[in-house]
Structure formats: structure tokens, C-alpha cells
Ligand binder design. Sequence first.
Ligand SMILES: [Zn+2]
Length: 273
Amino acid sequence: MPELPEVETVRRTLHNLILNKTIKGIDVYYTKIIKEPRLTDFINKLVGKTLIDIKRQGKYLIFIFDDTALISHLRMEGKYFIKDQGDKIEKHEHIVFNFTDKTSLRYHDVRKFGTMDLRDIDKMYTTPPLSKLGLEPFDPLMTVAYLKGKLHKKEVAVKTCLLDQHIFVGLGNIYVDEVLFRCKLNPTLKASKLKDKDYQNIIDNSIIVLNKAIKLGGTTIISYTSSLGVTGLFQNELNVHTLQGEPCPVCNTIIEKTRVGGRGTYYCPKCQK
Ligand SMILES: [Zn+2]
């Protein structure tokens, strides 16, 4: 499943490749990807519009077509490809945006869990799905006071709270393990036990880990000539995630695996007491 750094890498790649293109037509082969509005309105609102920006909020890609925002979530397997319009439509290409320059942007999704919604740009942040998101660590509004306000009464594992996208946006299962390792916090610790310095550490280390992952995701872009699927290089930088049985890079204690909120969780029993 793509996490925030992978989605940001897709955003940057598409931003470099398809900005200022104008939609000539849209072919839809699997309609259920489109949540709102209904299909004919979806097509009518986009045809003739020009892509002026691509933003990201959490794991949502936001394509700004003049006054309309196309909000896309890749879920498990969603990918974008850029191809010539003459190229054959492949099996899992469900939605094809044809541009006036004879290229096309194709949404490919083996699992079909991805979603697309259209919103007027002046309402996109105040209506779902974007209105339901919590803050990213990069957001100027993400402060100790914000995080403490959300978490200080929660008798739930800190890891589970940080995975809740209504509170904290950007950490998936891989990155949350890495952030908690850097913070020297046990993933099962109840959020109510966090101290002010822990909140600040969580924010600071989330920024460090995500920025590093975004940077490494970017290093593989050059190979995405036909596919925009992302497999970054961050796996080489992991300290604990998937490394049970290996020595901790800080103290050499053997890394353990457990489950927290149903998710496979990796930690150093000494550094993260
Ligand atoms: Zn350790």
C-alpha cells in the first residue's frame, strides 16, 4: 500500500509530466472508482478543463483542473500511467483521461479499491473526504498543543493513535515503527502517558523520517518512464520495521516483533522500554 512518501513521489512525478494539459475526453471502464458526482456529471465537469496544479493532502492526490478538484486515493494498488492515446488499453486501466495533445493519463488499479471524487475548489477542504483528515506533521498547525489535545486522554497504544488519519496524517505502518524507534517510545505505551517532550519528538521525527523517505522515493523516478508505480529506496534505511531477529543499530539488542492494534510491529526492547 502506498504511504505518504510514495504518494508525494507520484505527485511530484505527475506534476513534472502533465501540468497544463487540457482534457479532451474521458473513457471510464470501471465506474465504481468514481464516488461523486455521478458519471455523466464527472465527465461533463472535467472535459475542456486544464490541469493547473497537483497537490497532496495526506495520501490523497488533488488534481486542480481550473475551478474543479479531482481528489484521488490510490488505496492498495492504484497507479497512474502516462501513455499515448493510441496505446492499447490494458486490463486494469479503469479510467483514461485523454488530453488534447494526444497523450493520456490512465488510472490503473488491480484491486479496484481506489476512489475519485470531484469538488469545487472552494469547498474541497471543507467537505469529505479532505475535511475528515487530521494534520500532517509538516502542517504549521501541528503543535504539541494540537497533538496533546487529541491524545492526552486516550488509553490506547500510541502507535494506534498515530495511525489514526483523523488525528495524525502521514504515518503508515512502516513509518510509524521507525518514528517510535527514533523517539525511544514503546509502541504499546498508552497515549495518555506521553509527556510534552514525547509529543515534540513525535512531530520532529515524523518530519525527519517522511522527508528522508520522500527524498529516496524521488531517487527512483528516473525509471518510471511508462509506469508511475513507486518502489522507493527507503527500505534500505529502515532501523526496525521488518527486522525482527536483527541487532538494533543503536544498542545491538535483538529487535522483536509484536502486534499492536492488529498491525505487525517492530521495536527494540531496550531502546523502547
Ligand atoms: Zn536498541
